[in-house]
Design a protein around this ligand. Structure first.
Ligand SMILES: Cc1cc2nc3c(=O)[nH]c(=O)nc-3n(C[C@H](O)[C@H](O)[C@H](O)COP(=O)(O)O)c2cc1C
Length: 303
């Protein structure tokens, strides 16, 4: 027997593999193919105060090693989430983490209060880093704004708080430190990298939004480097690492770099069972290598 349980704030995850926000819907869309009781946690699509239609199409473009997306945080709003989506998720024995997005501090505070009162939500992932909407990254590029936002949300909830960081910064460490000092229990990284693509025949941008967020294998080396840098700066903070994880081997690289857990995002579009495949692959790796506890891997990379 090997131990695959990890701790993220107050949450005990049965294994270190969670779903990447925005790539697994609200759970119900995937439940026919993925056993939700076999994932570490279900992280749902960003949820805002009001319903959002998202950006005009086209809003996804394939790239040589990933995708560019400019969905623009389409979602039904928090009332719809609590009434229509949450009852389904409550049937499962799995931590539910809701990813929150707002325009200002008061929106995040409102969402945190509503979701805490709703019951059946175990953690909040604060999305301060969406590159696909106007001002979507404002909080994530300024430690002062990060601190102000996370302090306000911290005062509004006892749920585990995870701040989702952007790679689109010069130095991620001051932002990570500000989030933790303000009361975030954990950090998740990375959100997508800002990019674009051009159709040379039409001489037009391929995305209606012009720019989008790059994800998938192309971003893995960048994500891994950022996880390692944040782990060096904040060795006791649980990190949920993500960016291009396609296999258990990719996930183990993130654990060795310092992530306590990982999220699988774009891989789900290639193979819908990626999240549970990665979890099983990690367990197999532990058995094959005589490692009793997955936590032994966290940050164990040697220079
Ligand atoms: C189509 C798509 C939609 C996404 N929507 C969200 C979202 O709503 N909120 C969020 O925080 N991240 C969102 N992300 C970012 C992912 O959760 C993840 O941080 C990123 O894609 C890197 O991981 P990956 O390479 O495994 O996909 C989205 C990514 C994709 C590809």
């Amino acid at each position: 027997m090997v131990n695959t349980q990890v701790q993220v704030g107050k949450l005990t995850l049965r294994n270190p593999v969670v779903t990447g926000s925005g790539t697994f819907g609200f759970g119900s869309e995937m439940a026919q193919v993925v056993d939700l009781n076999a994932v570490g946690a279900v992280v749902v699509k960003s949820t805002s105060r009001e319903p959002r239609l998202g950006n005009p199409t086209p809003r996804i473009v394939e790239t040589p090693a990933g995708i560019l997306n400019a969905i623009g945080l389409q979602n039904g709003g928090v009332d719809n989430f609590i009434e229509e989506k949450l009852p389904f998720l409550r049937q499962f024995d799995v931590p539910v983490i809701v990813n929150l997005v707002g325009y200002g501090v008061e929106d995040y505070v409102y969402l945190a209060e509503r979701l805490t009162a709703a019951g059946g939500v175990h953690g909040l992932e604060i999305n301060i880093s969406c590159p696909n909407v106007k001002h979507g990254c404002d909080f994530a590029v300024d430690p002062r704004l990060t601190r102000e936002l996370i302090s306000a949300v911290r005062s509004a909830t006892d749920l585990t708080l995870i701040t989702k960081l952007s790679p689109n910064v010069t130095d991620i460490r001051p932002i990570a430190e500000a989030a933790i000092e303000a009361g975030s229990d954990a950090l998740s990284l990375i959100n997508t990298l800002l990019g674009t693509a051009i159709d040379i025949r039409k001489r037009k941008f391929r995305l209606a939004n012009i720019t989008g967020g790059l994800s998938g294998p192309a971003v893995k080396p960048v994500a891994l480097r950022l996880v390692w840098q944040v782990h060096q700066a904040l060795p006791h903070v649980p990190l949920i690492g993500m960016g291009g994880i396609m296999s258990a081997n990719d996930a183990i690289e993130f654990l060795l770099a310092g992530a306590t857990a990982v999220a699988v995002g774009t891989a789900t579009f290639v193979n819908p069972t990626s999240v549970t495949d990665v979890a099983q692959g990690i367990e197999q790796y532990l058995k094959d290598n005589g490692i009793a506890d997955v936590n032994e891997l966290v940050g164990a990379v040697q220079a």
